[in-house]
Every structure is written in structure tokens, then in C-alpha cells.
Design a protein around this ligand. Structure first.
Ligand code: MG
Ligand code: MG
Length: 630
């Protein structure tokens, strides 16, 4: 399996694009004519620059409005082709992409088009060049790869082949199984793109909304399985037109692109074990058993404030690290760790972001296999010096430069809490509040990072994504998308902020980047939890009392239940499966907070309640800035 990406997919000048593409690990690059034309250098210089980066030019494109023209346009099209061939020879590539004709004067007719391609094949062969024909989804007469293949078949020339592009095929819902009967030597290259499902004009959708395989909603894997069935093992080339990507960092878009292809190859290999496609070996997608811990970096003063908030939430100090300034708090199956070390990664994270939940510890079946898969998919490993009585936990870098740690039951990591920590008695401990486990971990990020982390989580871990929903903040929209596993033991909500005036945007600005913004814990009985929290002196986030009149009417709630919810500041939601109860802490520091939920078979995250929660949180912020602690 060889990987390629079109220059049009990235922002920046040509040298910057090539640098990002080479560093991300691609083998080849499609040169878009405009990138070449805008570059102040000859075709030979561009070709040399590409090869200096260790890349191959997989093709030159586009060549438009060629086949089926009346005279004199037909003759002119051949003249144009000869000039493209000159450029290709100087660039040092043998393949040109001809996309199906969109001109209103194109005449149509399979035999006419086949005859034109036969003649073009003759001209190309004289120079040792090849021509690939691609059906655009909006082509005038040819908009289906089956018709394009029929033209290539009738052209009957060794220098004429087919180019398949997943977007054009899938956007028109063409049966991908029709690819299985195409001879592999007639497929000159495979172009890949995904896209979110949006009902809009095909051309506009294609030019602005394509994204990397796995980031959208199209059945790119089905498409690739059909391609693999032909025996094709040539280049897979990304051709992504996306406004956001063309304004983004070429480096990170290139990394995402490379990850998407390796992940797609791995999926093909797993679903079609006989395929001849050579994909880098890696462990299967990782099953997550649950969130084992969340670690905060803090200074001593803020650690004390956080600890007192945790006490009111019913947590108990259960351990101190044998050699480091690290304290463990527990309740049910929840572990929270506060790190106040003055050196090491936690300290540098504190120095940049202030007190924050910078690390997430996941319980998996095999921690080392997890890191092996993550590395194969281009994740950055995380390692720091291991002290005496420390295990050296397998880890990778995650959202916002934070850390994802992995523990398992198959190694000494299962004894992490007894090996690295001394048990302690907690004199200040209050009443257990019945919090049993992490329900979800909410990470806030810039909107344009969301696809990156979506692909990161779904490619490494055995998870799925849910559709994106809009969270209405009084100051703007925050996009929210969930990565979760089948059992619900891992639920990560990602919130993408587009402006700084939303609560999420404020958090990003204050924390200098993406991070965990809230942790939700699960209880089996929210009212018992509320009673224990009250005894502990916990004061919840105060919800507008008007909210309760509304939900009583909206859901037809028993007035007695509505009164209990109101008295306890509990938010309520219901879906087809069941009911959901949510209670929030006030903000801790710059917008971080805790949530307590009870799920009665409910599958969602209370999105309709977010506007009321955010409005309440903003009331806390407004008078004298964010309160410290609670
Ligand atoms: Mg294409
Ligand atoms: Mg939540």
C-alpha cells in the first residue's frame, strides 16, 4: 500500500505543502496545476523539489473538457493535451488525470469518447505517458464510474486507464460492487475522500466539504473493499477539497491524512484477510474497559482547594505517591490524582495551562499493544524518566498536548495503586455520595481540531462516533460530538468552540489550549447522592427556576418530581430509551466543572439542557470574574 495526497488538500505555498506531506510519511503527491502555476519555478525545478523530499509525483491534474468535443474544440483539446504532456515530462510524472467533460457543447456518445481516448492514448504512448479517466459526479454525459470504465474498455489502449474516486462514486450512491469486475491493471490510481452527509448540490459539496476517510459519513471502507477485491495494490491518494483544511495547518492536516489511509488499510486488511494489500502490521483496535483515572496538575494552594471540593463530592484521599507529590482520591470506581510536583511533565503542563486535568488513564486489555497501535497510526508516544517504585506506564500524547495513559490487568500495571502509592487514612473525609464510575470525560477544543481528535480516538480505540450536535451557548454555537464504545464504559465528549465568548471558548482562551473541561460521574440514585452531597456542604450550580416550569409541562412530569428536581437543581432529559438526571458543580478555576448523572437507560448527554447549564455558569462568572474553588 502506497500513500499519496493531492497538493490541493493543504494550505500554504508549494514548498511548505511538500514539506508537510513528506514529514507525515506519504510516498507520493498529486500535483495540482494551480499549485504548479502559482509557484515561481520551472516544472523541472518542481519535479526536483518533490524528489528531494523523497516523494514521487503520482499524477498531474486536472485536464478538463477533453472527450466528445465537436470541431474545432476537439483539435484544440488535443493541442492542450500535448502541452500538458510537455509539463508532465518536465515534472517527471507519467500520469495525467482527465475528468469527465462538463462542457455544454460536449456531444456525448461512448464510441466518440472512446475514439478520442484511443487517439490520446497513441499520443501519450509516444512519450511513455499514461492517461487516467475519472467520472465526475456532475459530468455532462459521464457521471458514473461504470460508464467511464466502458469508455476506457472501448478505447482499448494500454496507455488509457480508469481513475476511481470514492467521493464521485459514493456521492451518487453507485453500487461499489460494480468495481469488483474491473481488471486491476486498468485502474491507474485510486483517489479517496470522505464527506459529511449533507443534502446539497454535488459540486459544492465536493469542492468545500470533503474530508479524510473516517472523518465523514460515506462508506469509504466498502468502496475500498471492492477496490481491494480487484487485486489493486497501487497508490491510495487523498484528494480533499475542504475550506477548513485549506485554512488550517498543513502539518497537522497531512498527519491526519496519513493516519486516515493507514487506518483504512488496516480496516480493509481485517475485513478482507485475503487481500494482497500490504498494510503496516499493528494490533487490532483497542477495547477500552473504562476510565481508570484522571490526573490534575496543580500548585499546592489550588490543589488544596480542589481537594476540598472533592471532599464535598464524597471523595476520600486514599493514597500518597511513594516518591512524588502526588495524591490519590477515590470514590466507587473513580480515581482522581492531583500532581503538585515541581518538575516533570505535569509541572510544565501546570506552568502553561494552570491547574488542569492534563492526563487521562484508560483501562485496556493490553496497554503495550495500545501504544503499538497508536504509534502505527502516527500518534506521538509519551515517555518520561521512571523513578524507583514507578512502573513506567505506557502512554501517548493526546488532546491539547495532554497525556493518555494505559493500564491493564495483564501486567504489573494492575497493581499500580499499591506499587506506587502508600495507603492513607483521610481525616477530613465526608460522606460517600454514591458516585460509582466515570460517566464521560468532556474535552474542549477549537472547532478546527475536532476532526483530528475524532480520527485519533476512533482509529486507535474500538469506538464509534455519534452525529455532531449543536450546543447553544448564549454567546454562540459550540459543536459537540461523542466518541464512545459499545458498552458505554468509554464516553468522551468533544466540544469544539468557534469563538471566545462562549463558555467553552473562554475556557480555551484562559487555559491556552484544548483540555478536559468537565468530568461526569455516574450515580445509581441521584436523589440519594444529592442528600449526601448536602450533608457534605456541597453547593450545586443554581439552575433558573423557570426551567422547572418548562420541563414539567414539556415532559408532562409529575409535579412532585418536578418539585424535587427544582429543590435539588437537577436537570432532566428524556429520550426514546429512558431518563437522564444531571447535577453540576459550580466552576472550579477558569471554567472547569464536575457533573453527576444518573442514567435510566438514556443514551445521550443532555444536550437540550446545555443552554440552561451554561447560562447558570455564566451568572457565576459575570459579577467578579470566575470564582476560585466553590
Ligand atoms: Mg478526483
Ligand atoms: Mg456532560
Amino acid at each position: 500500500m502506497k500513500t499519496s495526497i493531492a497538493t490541493v488538500s493543504l494550505s500554504g505555498e508549494l514548498p511548505e505543502k511538500l514539506d508537510a506531506i513528506a514529514r507525515a510519511g506519504f510516498d507520493g503527491v498529486e500535483i495540482f496545476e494551480n499549485d504548479f502555476l502559482a509557484f515561481d519555478g520551472s516544472a523541472r525545478e518542481v519535479g526536483a523539489m518533490v524528489r528531494d523530499h523523497g516523494l514521487e509525483i503520482t499524477l498531474f491534474q486536472p485536464f478538463r473538457d477533453f472527450e466528445g468535443m465537436p470541431e474545432p474544440q476537439r483539435s484544440r483539446a488535443f493541442d492542450r493535451a500535448e502541452r500538458k504532456f510537455d509539463v508532465m515530462q518536465d515534472l517527471g510524472t507519467d500520469l495525467v488525470l482527465v475528468c469527465s467533460n462538463v462542457s455544454p457543447i460536449a456531444l456525448g456518445g461512448l464510441d466518440r469518447a472512446a475514439a478520442d481516448f484511443h487517439e490520446l492514448g497513441e499520443r501519450a504512448a509516444k512519450r511513455g505517458l499514461r492517461v487516467g479517466y475519472e467520472a465526475l459526479a456532475w459530468g455532462r454525459h459521464i457521471n458514473d464510474h461504470r460508464d467511464a470504465w466502458e469508455i476506457v474498455r472501448r478505447a482499448d489502449h494500454a496507455s488509457i486507464g480508469l481513475i476511481l474516486d470514492s467521493f464521485h462514486t459514493l456521492a451518487r450512491k453507485i453500487d461499489v460492487n460494480s468495481i469488483r469486475s474491473i481488471p486491476k491493471e486498468k485502474i491507474f490510481i485510486i483517489q479517496l475522500a470522505d464527506a459529511p452527509l449533507i443534502d446539497m448540490d454535488l459540486l459544492y459539496w465536493s469542492r468545500h466539504y470533503r474530508n479524510m476517510p473516517g472523518e465523514g459519513d460515506l462508506a469509504v471502507l466498502d468502496f475500498m473493499r471492492s477496490v481491494a477485491a480487484t487485486g489493486y495494490d497501487g497508490y491510495l491518494s487523498l484528494e480533499i477539497f475542504n475550506d477548513q483544511f485549506r485554512g488550517g495547518s498543513p502539518r497537522s492536516i497531512a498527519i491526519d491524512g496519513h493516519r486516515s489511509l493507514i487506518y483504512l488499510g488496516d480496516q480493509v486488511k481485517r475485513s478482507e484477510p485475503d487481500t494482497i494489500m500490504k498494510v503496516p502490521p499493528m494490533p487490532a483496535p483497542i477495547e477500552v474497559e473504562g476510565v481508570e483515572f484522571v490526573e490534575f496538575a496543580a500548585n499546592e494552594e489550588e490543589a488544596a482547594e480542589l481537594a476540598s471540593l472533592l471532599h464535598t463530592l464524597g471523595f476520600r484521599k486514599t493514597g500518597t505517591h511513594k516518591t512524588k507529590q502526588v495524591v490519590r482520591y477515590s470514590q466507587g470506581g473513580i480515581n482522581l490524582v492531583i500532581n503538585t510536583e515541581r518538575e516533570g511533565f505535569a509541572h510544565s503542563s501546570y506552568a502553561v495551562h494552570g491547574t488542569s486535568a492534563y492526563a487521562l488513564g484508560l483501562k485496556v486489555a493490553d496497554a503495550c499493544a495500545t501504544v503499538a497501535r497508536a504509534r502505527a497510526l502516527g500518534a506521538q508516544p509519551f515517555e518520561q524518566a521512571v523513578g524507583p517504585s514507578e512502573l513506567g506506564m505506557p502512554a501517548i500524547r493526546g488532546v491539547g498536548g495532554g497525556v493518555l495513559y494505559f493500564v491493564d490487568d495483564k501486567s504489573e500495571l494492575k497493581n499500580i495503586w499499591t506499587i506506587e502509592f502508600d495507603p492513607v487514612a483521610d481525616d477530613a473525609a465526608a460522606q460517600n455520595a454514591g458516585l460509582r464510575q466515570f460517566d464521560h470525560v468532556a474535552q474542549t477544543m477549537n472547532f478546527d481540531e475536532m476532526l483530528t481528535w475524532l480520527l485519533f480516538y476512533t482509529s486507535i480505540l474500538k469506538t464509534r462516533k455519534t452525529p455532531m450536535v449543536d450546543i447553544i451557548d448564549p454567546a454562540g454555537i459550540v459543536r459537540s460530538q461523542v466518541v464512545e464504545n459499545e458498552t458505554g464504559s468509554l464516553r468522551i465528549t468533544m466540544n469544539g468552540a468557534e469563538n471566545r465568548r462562549t463558555l467553552a471558548g473562554h475556557f480555551l482562551a484562559e487555559k491556552f489550549g484544548s483540555s478536559i473541561q468537565h468530568l461526569a460521574f455516574r450515580t445509581d440514585d441521584i436523589f440519594e447522592t444529592v442528600a449526601a452531597l448536602k450533608a457534605n456542604g456541597f453547593v450545586p450550580l443554581q439552575i433558573s427556576q423557570n426551567y422547572y416550569d418548562d420541563i414539567e409541562a414539556r415532559f408532562g412530569l409529575d409535579p412532585e418530581l418536578a418539585d424535587r428536581l427544582k429543590a435539588a437543581n437537577i436537570l432532566y432529559d428524556r429520550d426514546d430509551n429512558g431518563e437522564y438526571f444531571q447535577l453540576y458543580s459550580p466552576n472550579y478555576g477558569e471554567g472547569f466543572f464536575f457533573e453527576i448523572v444518573e442514567r435510566r437507560a438514556y443514551k445521550g448527554y443532555g444536550a437540550p439542557n446545555a443552554i440552561f447549564r451554561i447560562a447558570a455558569q455564566k451568572r457565576y462568572i459575570r459579577p467578579q470574574g470566575m470564582p476560585k474553588g466553590h
